[in-house]
Design a protein around this ligand. Structure first.
Ligand code: ATP
Ligand code: MG
Length: 536
């Protein structure tokens, strides 16, 4: 045979005479010594491959070991990128440079497309040879042996190429050795690709998580509690003071005054911030479900019951917020008291107590002392949960905060809806400050959101939308307005109250300016604000 002519040996699938890479070993019960060496070498390589999880290092390792095993100059693995219909490979050992070319090009491309083994003695004489790779790498290819890299599912995921056999040309033994190696390489490569994919998505999740944490912390770093007056500042100071401890806190206040907001502020500024905040509304739970909801239930307690983790367990390391605690039955109160005393829970139908490290925050709009008097609330539980007491004032007692709160909610609306800055016309602010707000801050917030959403322009004016859609606070004003003044004194007082509220609205709560506008001293204004429950 003329060695200058391209010699192409093509093995289609399993060769019955020689077997494939694995059968070949099995078919030789007494392998020749050098075959035994090769077998041992391949096993050793497999062991190394299986412990390498980084794709780049793995490809390096396989190439390096293949050159030693086959006694050749170079070996490369070309992997198929199905999306781009390209083959890619590392340019050289240890190199991070990637070589890419069309999936059908070159001898590697032929092997990937046909699944055939190609053994060529003189590459430049073979029409399939893709010499552009040599030109780009500056390498001079002589002999080439290419075998398909096939995964467990039987898909060809690439080609394994050995170049330039040092003494002579590649033979049948080289083909078998490379095929055996390629079989194991496929598994190791797919594992490494999977690991890389998992690492990437884990990195993405960590990045997302950091981003979310920043947002949560940003929102509650200043506690998210808005208010410049001493009543709200008292709350803020208390939250700060208990920041590092895990004491139980009772938060009281009417509906919509910010009890849950205060609970979140306590949790997110405490060392438990990165552990769960679990909120449970006691009033919304029927008595029959309460125990399993709080403490969990074991599988099979009743027919078809699956085991479920209770809220106490979900909050381990973090905070459990029991909302509307005043609505708990006496039986449920006794059970919660036991958990607080013993710091363990027992699932319904469970045998072993489970230790729980949970901080308890509780909220209610009831007067618990009165409930104790009526025999509806346990006194011992009351003292357990009320180590610290925070009272959220109703909005009518902190009217001076209305401008600040309204502007805060307007900004929130603009941020959440991707809008530029908006403003209230003075008469709108005056109305907001004069209304009664029986639904407290929540009602004010809803109203600001509604006004902002209905506004035709960046300035929220006292225009048609106002009359067409009776504002919540408009209704509130009439609903909660005192009965028509009966006497001159009452009429004067009503007028005085309104003028003061208007002035405070126009000056965005600035008492100095409001007093000046009304022709009063600041102290005189404060006295009148107190008399008319206008805060201060
Ligand atoms: N001082 C405040 N600063 C900023 N936002 C507040 C303030 N007070 C209340 N809010 C907002 O008002 C809304 C109602 O608050 P929250 O849900 O905490 O009230 P609540 O007292 O738990 O009401 P309920 O008793 O009806 O459950 C929330 O959007 C909250 O962020
Ligand atoms: Mg609430």
């Amino acid at each position: 045979m003329d060695p200058r002519q391209p010699t192409v040996q093509t093995v289609h699938g399993v060769d019955s005479e020689r077997g494939n890479g694995i059968d070949w070993i099995a078919m030789n019960p007494m392998p020749l010594p050098d075959l035994e060496d090769k077998l041992a070498a391949i096993l050793a390589i497999c062991q190394k491959m299986n412990s390498e999880r980084d794709l780049g290092s793995l490809l390096d390792l396989i190439a390096r070991e293949a050159t030693n095993l086959l006694g050749c100059d170079r070996a490369s693995i070309f992997l198929l990128d199905r999306e781009r219909n390209e083959l890619w490979s590392q340019v050289a050992l240890g190199s991070s440079e990637i070589l890419r070319f069309g999936a059908g090009e070159g001898i590697a491309g032929h092997t990937v497309q046909t699944g055939e083994t190609v053994n060529v003695a003189d590459a430049y004489s073979d029409p399939r040879f893709y010499d552009a790779i040599d030109s780009s790498t500056g390498y001079q290819t002589r002999s080439v042996l290419a075998v398909p890299v096939t995964n467990q599912a039987g898909e060809t995921i690439g080609a394994f190429e050995a170049l330039n056999k040092r003494d002579g040309v590649f033979g049948a033994r080289d083909e078998r050795a490379l095929t055996a190696l390629a079989l194991h390489a496929a598994t190791a490569i797919e594992t490494a690709q999977l690991v890389a994919e998992l690492r990437r998505s884990q990195d993405d999740l960590v990045r997302q998580n950091v981003h979310l944490w920043r947002e949560v912390e940003g929102r509650y770093a200043s506690h998210g509690i808005i208010g410049a007056g001493h009543r709200i500042q008292q709350v803020v100071r208390l939250v700060e003071r208990i920041r590092d401890s895990s004491v139980n806190v009772l938060i009281t206040g009417e509906s919509g005054t910010g009890k849950e907001m205060a609970a979140k502020a306590i949790h997110f500024t405490s060392p438990r911030a990165r552990r769960p905040f679990v909120a449970l509304n006691c009033a919304a739970l029927p008595e029959t479900l309460l125990e399993s909801e709080l403490f969990g239930i074991e599988k099979g307690v009743a027919t078809g019951v699956q085991s479920r983790v209770g809220q106490f367990e979900k909050a381990v390391g973090g905070t459990l917020f029991l909302d509307e605690i005043g609505d708990l039955s006496l039986t449920a109160q006794a059970k919660i008291l036991r958990v607080l005393q013993e710091r363990v829970v027992e699932r319904v139908g469970g045998r072993a107590p489970i230790p729980v490290d949970v901080r308890l925050l509780a909220a209610t709009n009831k007067n618990l002392e009165a409930e104790i008097g009526k025999g509806n609330f346990r006194e011992d539980l009351y003292y357990r949960i009320m180590v610290v007491h925070i009272h959220m004032p109703p909005l009518r007692e902190i009217r001076e905060e209305i401008p600040l709160l309204a502007l805060h909610f307007l900004k929130e609306y603009c941020r959440e809806n991707g809008r530029g800055p908006m403003e209230f016309a003075p008469e709108v602010m005056r109305r907001l400050c004069g209304a009664q707000w029986p639904g407290n801050v929540r009602q004010l917030r809803n109203e600001v959101m509604r006004l902002a959403a209905c506004a035709h322009q960046d300035l929220i004016a006292d225009d048609d939308a106002w009359d067409e859609m009776p504002a919540a606070f408009g209704r509130a004003e009439s609903a909660a307005a005192p009965a028509r003044p009966q006497s001159l004194k009452q009429a004067v007082e009503e007028l005085e109250r309104k003028m003061i509220a208007d002035a405070l609205g126009e000056t965005k709560g600035n008492q100095q300016q409001a007093a000046r506008a009304l022709g009063l001293s600041r102290q005189g204004l404060i006295n009148k604000m107190k008399r008319y429950s206008l805060g201060g």
